[in-house]
Design a protein around this ligand. Structure first.
Ligand code: FAD
Length: 317
């Protein structure tokens, strides 16, 4: 079922999660172990992130360094199929522009269609570590909007090869990312909002936000979306802080702010166990306020910490 249909049919705020594929070599059991404790809260859908290749240098005999391409977290599509098979809930694979030609994207989407997957989150992806800025694959997409257009075309039965006869249109519900604190590359918020609006006009039907820790940022974002006439559901993404280190790493990685009051509470903690309690309490309060404001769904970035998500969900749902 489509994410937008879940939202249309909901009587109250929905619960959903995002998970990461396990590191290469680990079993899928780690995914099930993360989802099992959350099933009592009936997640409407589970997003599975996509991780592109990275380049590392391996020392070879004779001391020379060989540049090797590796994907540390493969398995997005397989995990989606396994989740749907085991739990009978919808899985939402993340599809990125980076590393894919348009044809590879088309073929990946055909795989998803054959697996009965109804939803995709369409993203550009970040630059790989060895590149200072995002470089599209030759023959690939430069921005998420181009990917949205390709998926929307397939939904209309338009594949890359015009000569295909009797094509079956796909029927994907397309989600995109939004940034209440601005995407870090955008010159300003107005520019970022215009490109967001363009992604919606191109065929995406809902937005999932980057994590934020100050609900005021999200409420302000809703206003800005309204000004741009963006009327699709805007699902807030929430992350529970569990370590002191995250107070500095999350802003660096995700280009978001930690509110000063939260930072003060974290700084007072003696151990990470104390930080976890602060993070859980903060997220419970954020969640409750968002539910009171009538958000369609609360989307938790579990990042391998389903125990804390379970503690938050048990107080909120
Ligand atoms: P875009 O919408 O393409 O925007 C990128 C930047 O370009 C923005 O600054 C925008 O303002 C600007 N822009 C957009 N269109 C144009 C245009 N036509 N001309 C000029 N400028 C333009 N990354 C992964 O690799 N895997 C994942 O699974 C993943 N999941 C994510 C899930 C969520 C909910 C979020 C919020 C992010 C996720 N990311 C993931 C990270 C994401 O790929 C990065 O944030 C990336 O830098 C931007 O992706 P986007 O889809 O928002 O890009």
């Amino acid at each position: 079922m489509k994410v937008t249909d879940h939202i249309k049919q909901a009587q109250s705020t929905l619960f959903s999660i995002e998970i990461l594929p396990p590191l290469k070599g680990k079993s899928i059991q780690s995914i099930f172990d993360g989802i099992d404790p959350l099933m009592e809260f009936k997640p409407s859908f589970v997003d599975v992130t996509y991780h592109r290749e990275e380049y590392i240098y391996k020392k070879r005999d004779g001391g020379y360094l060989e540049k090797v391409s590796i994907r540390k977290r493969p398995g997005t599509v397989g995990i989606c199929a396994a989740i749907m098979n085991k739990y009978h809930i919808d899985a939402v694979p993340h599809i990125i522009c980076g590393g894919f030609s348009k044809e590879e994207t088309e073929n990946a989407l055909i795989d998803l269609q054959f697996l009965g997957i109804d939803n995709v989150l369409a993203l550009r992806g970040d630059s790989i570590k060895s590149e200072p800025e995002f470089v599209p694959e030759p023959g690939g997409h430069a921005y998420a909007i181009d990917l949205v257009k390709q998926i929307d075309n397939m939904n209309k039965g338009k594949y890359m090869d015009d000569d295909l006869a009797d094509v079956a249109p796909t029927n994907f519900c397309i989600g995109v990312a939004g940034y209440p604190e601005k995407h870090f590359e955008a010159p300003n918020m107005i520019s970022d909002m215009r490109y967001l609006k363009a992604k919606i006009d191109a065929g995406s039907e809902y937005i999932v936000t980057q994590m934020f820790f100050d609900n005021a940022q999200y409420f302000e974002y809703l206003k800005k979306c309204k000004e741009q006439n963006i009327i699709v559901p805007i699902i807030p993404g929430l992350k529970i802080i569990t370590t002191k280190k995250q107070a500095t790493t999350l802003p660096k990685i995700f280009k978001i702010d930690i509110p000063h009051e939260l930072l003060l509470q974290i700084e007072k903690c003696k151990t990470d166990a104390d930080v976890k309690e602060v993070g859980i309490e903060w997220c419970i309060n954020q969640s409750k306020e968002l539910i009171s404001a009538g958000v369609p769904c609360l989307h938790y970035y579990t990042m391998g910490t389903s125990e804390v998500t379970r503690r938050v969900a048990s107080k909120v749902f």
